[in-house]
Design a protein. Structure first.
Length: 281
């Protein structure tokens, strides 16, 4: 279980850096263009790793779960960026992050997982920490429309189901779930980019952050996939959902953004939650 927690924590840290890189790239470029280049980078990295390791092609059930995970990843990312485009980060981020943590926990417990009492308390603390770090206590300048709130919820459900579906793949499927998920989602995203006529001219040469985001996302997914094969979904997913902590830390150090008191408290609660989950495990 200790290995699972370490891998989940590594996944959260790398996810956060990936989100920061992709977010920086999306400041000056079309969001879907950044997503496409990021996914294609991930596809290339996954293909190289799968070919190098030589894992046998998984059975049909694993292919189905992997494809579903790829679709949920696309749904989550698209809804998240759409919500950010029309809403405020202080509302969208915590809603998405908390739901992405709650969904796997509910599914895991409904499926028969029974974390210890201390670990359960740690899970609850981690969910609260995610909300605080993401800025849940911040006051929005204006009321959030229902459509934006709905998109934030949809994004959280998408990311949460991504965690669940990857957990459903077999231990002997290797890294195939990641590759299959990307092969499933990229054609759909390409179709949207083509239909909306989003320009990609000169993109690869001018914007390396999108490539960095894609490579890191694959790394985070690998850590998460390995973590689910070592520990309970309800524990692994909620630790992975702490990814906003590293995003906020980078924004503070690199961009000079100031942390609110609640965010500082949330970062402290992250450490407490991790200690509780680890001790309970």
């Amino acid at each position: 279980m200790t290995a699972a927690i370490a891998l989940a924590l590594a996944s959260a840290l790398v996810y956060g850096v990936s989100d920061y890189s992709g977010g920086r790239a999306a400041r000056t470029l079309p969001v879907l263009a950044v997503s496409l280049v990021s996914l294609c980078t991930g596809l290339l990295v996954s293909a190289i790793l799968v070919a190098s390791i030589g894992d046998p092609f998984p059975p049909a059930s694993d292919v189905a779960w992997s494809a579903a995970a790829g679709l949920m990843s696309l749904v989550g990312a698209s809804a998240f960026y759409a919500a950010l485009a029309g809403g405020t980060m202080s509302v969208v981020a915590p809603v998405t992050a908390v739901i992405s943590a709650v969904v796997p926990v509910v599914v895991g417990i409904a499926g028969g997982e029974r974390p210890s009492l201390l670990s359960t308390a740690g899970i609850i603390a981690a969910i609260v920490a995610v909300a605080l770090v993401s800025g849940a206590s911040g006051r929005a300048a204006e009321r959030t429309p229902r459509r934006i709130a709905g998109l934030a919820v949809l994004a959280g459900v998408g990311f949460g189901l991504l965690f669940v579906f990857l957990d459903r793949t077999g231990d002997d499927s290797g890294l195939w779930p990641l590759l299959i998920g990307q092969v499933t989602s990229i054609p759909l995203l390409v179709a949207v980019v083509v239909v909306r006529r989003i320009p990609l001219t000169g993109f690869p040469m001018r914007h390396g952050l999108a490539f960095v985001a894609g490579a890191l996302a694959v790394t985070a997914n690998i850590c998460y996939l390995l973590a689910t094969r070592e520990g309970l979904l309800s524990l692994v997913a909620v630790i992975t959902a702490l990814y906003p902590a590293s995003t906020v830390a980078l924004a503070t150090v690199i961009d000079g953004e100031r942390l609110s008191r609640s965010q500082v408290g949330g970062l402290g609660l992250v450490l407490v939650a991790l200690a509780m989950v680890t001790a309970g495990a």
